[in-house]
Design a protein around this ligand. Structure first.
Ligand code: HAM
Length: 424
């Protein structure tokens, strides 16, 4: 019997995993520059954690969680997102005692039993950040710009910001009633799912793919028109911080209808999407403020804001548009012309690695032609050919695979030569 991966999950094979690793490295540099420290939380959590935080009437909780019982009958879930686990950890370990603010980032797989399609998987990778302990508008702006900078570090260009405020526990109930009353009048035009959940979660209708045409065609009440003075002032503050830091930044048309598929948000919600792309699985990064989540899990009254980006989607978009910067690996591939120089060639390979050159080669007993083919397949930048006659003269042949030129270099000057080439 041949086994293959379960529906909607994939192997990330070496040619792709290098893209993931590079993107993760790039994001770590940005997080360090912004002062975020890494947190690793478990892939499984008690399922109630997600029900309590993400919300009972959300698609994630109603239809998409991978639920199971452990051998002791405890109800567990594979994490569908990262925020709930990070907040659980923040409360469990009293991280608020470590300082006035806590800034954390995470990288890891998440699991949602969605209908698989391009850019939407049942196991997918998120890179996210959570900023605890700051309620001022500049912290929302920091997270929004951090998300963009992390996307840009992976080569993403031309991003559009969707930004909205969905209010707080004071103004949202008023807006909710207004929206509900409006949607009730048009109930028969809504899809089956929305008709069912209308009274429980009317804001979700704004986010429904099936009803988007109807929503866009109607003058639906907007949350920004119903903000209390504090929320309005906060939202203006966020926009002002963004405009000051990134002059010319435009908030995309249609932002007033942005709501998110998770219930924990208060005030600011946002998404970064590729500019000019409509429809499809196009949101690359998303997040918002969640000022009540920490206290709702038994922690202190600590405000927070965060984001997560979909790594699979981001990398796919860049491969498709080829706007990503290909990793500059500078691989040196050592080939050998016969068994009698194998030991010497091995020491050349070893010296290169010790000198911090990515180096590979000596793929046993193959013809020179086959080794050269392997070097091309590995996208080597240089090939070092170790031959008996050349060794006798103290030299090796170095082929520049990019320029398609070849020259002899003294063996003890090889590292120095390659370093010069790299810097030049
Ligand atoms: P989310 O919008 O559910 O937010 O997911 C964030 C990103 O993860 C999406 O914009 C998308 O790029 C990616 N994503 C989601 N589902 C899938 C999927 N099935 N396949 C591929 N990629 C997917 C959150 O998860 C929040 N925890 C974000 C956050 C952090 N808010 C505050 N802090």
């Amino acid at each position: 019997m041949l086994f293959s991966t379960p529906r909607g999950v994939r192997d990330i094979l070496p040619l792709n995993s290098v893209l993931y690793a590079d993107a993760e490295d790039a994001s770590r540099k940005i997080f360090a520059a912004y002062g975020y420290a890494e947190i690793r939380t478990p892939i499984m959590e008690v399922s109630d954690l997600f029900i309590r935080t993400i919300g009972e009437t959300t698609d994630i909780v109603e239809k998409e969680m991978f639920l199971f019982e452990d051998r002791g009958g405890r109800k567990l879930a594979l994490r569908p997102e990262g925020t709930a686990g990070v907040v659980r950890s923040y409360v469990q370990h009293s991280l608020h005692n470590l300082g006035a603010v806590t800034k954390l980032f995470y990288i890891g797989p998440m699991f949602r039993a969605e209908r698989p399609q391009a850019g939407r998987y049942r196991e997918f990778w998120q890179i996210g950040a959570e900023y605890f302990g700051n309620a001022v508008p500049s912290s929302d702006a920091e997270i929004i710009i951090l998300a963009k900078d992390v996307l840009k570090s992976m080569g993403a260009k031309d991003l559009a910001l969707y930004l909205n405020s969905i209010g707080c526990s004071v103004c949202r109930p008023v807006y909710r009633e207004k929206l509900l009353a409006f949607l009730e009048q048009h109930k028969e035009k809504l899809c089956h799912d929305c008709q069912k959940r209308l009274s429980r979660n009317p804001l979700r209708v704004l986010d429904c793919k099936n009803d988007s045409e109807f929503i866009l065609g109607m003058n639906v009440p907007k949350s920004v028109e119903h903000l209390c003075p504090e929320c309005r002032c906060h939202f203006e503050g966020v926009k002002k911080c963004l405009q000051n830091a990134v002059p010319g930044l435009i908030v995309a048309a249609g932002s007033e209808l942005l709501v998110r598929g998770l219930d924990y948000y208060t005030r600011t919600v946002f998404e970064w999407r590729p500019a000019g792309v409509v429809g499809g699985q196009d949101t690359l990064a998303a997040g918002g403020r969640y000022d009540n989540l920490v206290s709702s899990l038994g922690g202190p009254d600590v405000p927070a804001v965060g984001f997560a980006l979909g790594l699979d989607r981001t990398l796919e978009m860049m491969t498709a548009s080829q706007s990503g910067t290909p990793p500059d690996k500078k691989l040196v591939f050592v080939v050998v012309t016969g068994d009698n120089v194998l030991a010497k060639a091995f020491s050349v390979l070893h010296t290169l690695r010790e000198s911090s050159f990515p180096a590979d080669g000596l793929h046993g007993g193959k013809s020179l032609k086959a080794q050269m083919r392997q070097a091309s397949a590995k996208a080597a930048r240089w090939v070092v050919i170790v031959g008996e006659a050349e060794l006798a003269r103290g030299v090796v042949a170095v082929k520049d695979m990019e320029k398609q030129t070849q020259q002899e270099i003294e063996l003890d000057k090889l590292v120095e030569y390659l370093k010069r080439q790299t810097n030049g």
